[in-house]
Design a protein around this ligand. Structure first.
Ligand SMILES: [Zn+2]
Length: 76
């Protein structure tokens, strides 16, 4: 499969880190995806999308409390 973003890269299955935005928080979730070797665009399967929705939902409802790995700073 060819990447629809850069139109030149080949898309291959790989482990990647999906990023979910929850307000000003970001969740990094390791998932299997199809990733473009050229531009890095990731394509997720329906199952993975559903899993990410679930993770987001669990985080919003505070059912999971993943460790903090970084901070977001706002420069005024
Ligand atoms: Zn690409």
């Amino acid at each position: 499969m060819q990447c629809v973003i850069c139109k030149t890269g080949e898309v291959k299955s790989a482990k990647t880190q999906a990023e979910i935005k929850v307000g000003s928080d970001h969740l990094l979730v390791p998932v299997d995806a199809e990733v473009c070797v050229q531009c890095g665009e990731a394509y997720y399967s329906t199952d993975t999308m559903r899993y990410l929705e679930q993770v987001k939902d669990n985080f919003v409802r505070k059912l999971i409390a993943p460790p903090l790995v970084g901070h977001v700073y706002q420069v005024p």
